[in-house]
Design a protein around this ligand. Structure first.
Ligand code: AMP
Length: 441
């Protein structure tokens, strides 16, 4: 299958060619034909599948073929709402890339920065608006945006939206949209509350597309786990960053504080890195991200929320300094490497307390992650292969995490699996709720 066969128009084909895209990804192949027929779409897919182009291409094609762009003022014809600023910026960049020969204008709005540049762009007129919910409503209230002419509405990463507490904002936005429109709804998971929300947006009979990148990604990525004590994790990370070969390395920390600590100790070891997380200003996050994309900073430390949507083509190494307490998050993390045709490496550190997480992850991905048994910092971790070896001189008795310690979760490591499951919420998620998330794929 080619993009020509999907009946993509010439100006977009030219842009795709310039990007080096020759074959549509599965989600593009499955979505584009029905989107061109103006059907609503319910997509169970996540970033990394080529999802953005799957909706951006047909939207651009419709706007291009239905409007004389040279005449009159540009109304917002397409609205894409996405939970994070990083994701919003990347979606806008995609519209710019794929639409560069169409003359269609776009802009992106998000909170945390002054609004002037955003309102200036809106005043000049755009057909495509990419937005995070809060700033969108804010600028709508101030009269800078009208959704009256919206014909295409995309709700992106719906599950994450709900986790971040955006449900009321979404309802308010929906109330302002024209009833006659094409709607697209994307979510990585489809628990009941998400399905109910989707029905309000795409109706009862949308085109359904389910793409499971997890397995394919997980298969492409070489994975390994190091059993290592909390205390030795910094040493192991320093060692790996000095000995592994990589173009760029993304290190995941479960907490914002932990991310800052990693930057500090790496600095002590003369390894330059930057952290990206929710406590950093928007400016600092953007500059860290662009330094990383340009290769100026080779090591980026991120929390899960901040890392969502980070799209770096050359990302070759992912290190899980902490294992995530939600199994799916592991798959999202390692999906940052090994994208498209590239293959990548994902290395995880697992201390004693994290072993239940490792078991959960292995169950989800349905494979055993190979253990690196031979590393210099194998120490006081119980049940590791090294423990079985005699004469481990640097073994220390197992310590319980102290209150306030990095990654500390109340009672963590001592509770039952059931109790641990109850707490499996990512501490980085603002307004996270305890919705149960049944995966219905
Ligand atoms: P997304 O899921 O939209 O974040 O896209 C994931 C990555 O795949 C991005 O780096 C895109 O630039 C890239 N991509 C999207 N479509 C294609 C394609 N048809 N061929 C090659 N790469 C693609």
């Amino acid at each position: 299958m080619t993009f020509e066969e999907l009946e993509i128009i010439e100006p977009i084909l030219k842009a795709l060619d310039a990007e080096g895209y020759h074959t549509p990804t599965p989600i593009q192949e499955q979505s584009i034909p029905s989107l061109l027929l103006r059907k609503n779409l319910l997509g169970c897919a996540q970033t990394g599948t080529g999802k953005t182009a799957a909706f951006a291409i047909p939207i651009l094609q419709h706007i291009y073929t239905n409007k004389n762009l040279k005449s009159g003022f540009r109304d917002v014809k397409a609205l894409i709402v996405t939970p994070t600023r990083e994701l919003a910026i990347q979606i806008q960049e995609s519209f710019t890339k794929y639409g560069k020969y169409t003359g269609i204008k776009n802009t992106v709005i998000f909170g945390g920065v002054k609004q002037n540049a955003q309102t200036d762009a809106l005043r000049r007129g755009v057909e495509v608006l990419v937005a995070t919910p809060g700033r969108l409503l804010d600028l709508m209230d101030q009269g800078f945006i009208s959704l009256k002419h919206v014909e295409y509405f995309v709700l992106d990463e719906a599950d994450r939206m709900l986790d971040m507490g955006f449900i009321h904002d979404i309802r308010k936005i929906l109330a302002k949209l024209p009833n006659k429109r094409q709607s697209l709804f994307f979510s990585a998971t489809m628990p009941l509350d998400i399905l109910q929300l989707s029905e309000k947006i795409v109706g009862g009979n949308p085109q359904r597309v389910t793409i499971q990148p997890e397995q394919t990604t997980a298969e492409k990525v070489k994975q390994a786990v190091y059993f290592v004590s909390k205390r030795n994790k910094p040493k192991l990370l320093t060692h790996l960053l000095k000995t592994e070969e990589y173009e760029t390395c993304l290190v995941f920390s479960r907490t914002k504080h932990g991310a800052d600590k990693i930057v500090k100790f790496l600095k002590g070891a003369q390894i330059n890195s930057e952290a990206i997380h929710g406590n950093k200003s928007q400016g600092a996050r953007q500059s860290a991200l662009s330094n990383f994309k340009s290769g100026e900073t080779k090591v980026l430390i991120a929390t899960d929320i901040a890392a969502r949507g980070i799209d770096v083509k050359e990302l070759s190494l992912v290190i899980n300094f902490d294992l995530p307490n939600i199994e799916e998050t592991y798959v999202h993390r390692i999906g940052r490497t090994g994208r498209a045709s590239a293959s990548g490496i994902a290395l995880s550190f697992c201390d004693t307390d994290e072993k239940p997480y490792l078991r959960g992850i292995q169950k989800l991905i349905n494979q055993r992650i190979p253990v690196i048994e031979n590393h210099p910092f194998i120490g006081d971790v119980e049940e590791t292969p090294a423990r079985k070896k005699p004469a481990q001189s640097n073994q220390r008795p197992k310590r319980k995490p102290r209150p306030g310690q990095e990654g500390e979760r109340k009672g963590h490591g001592q509770g039952t699996r059931k109790n641990n499951n109850k707490r499996r919420r990512d501490s980085n998620r603002p307004n996270s709720t305890n919705r149960s998330r049944s995966r219905s794929r």
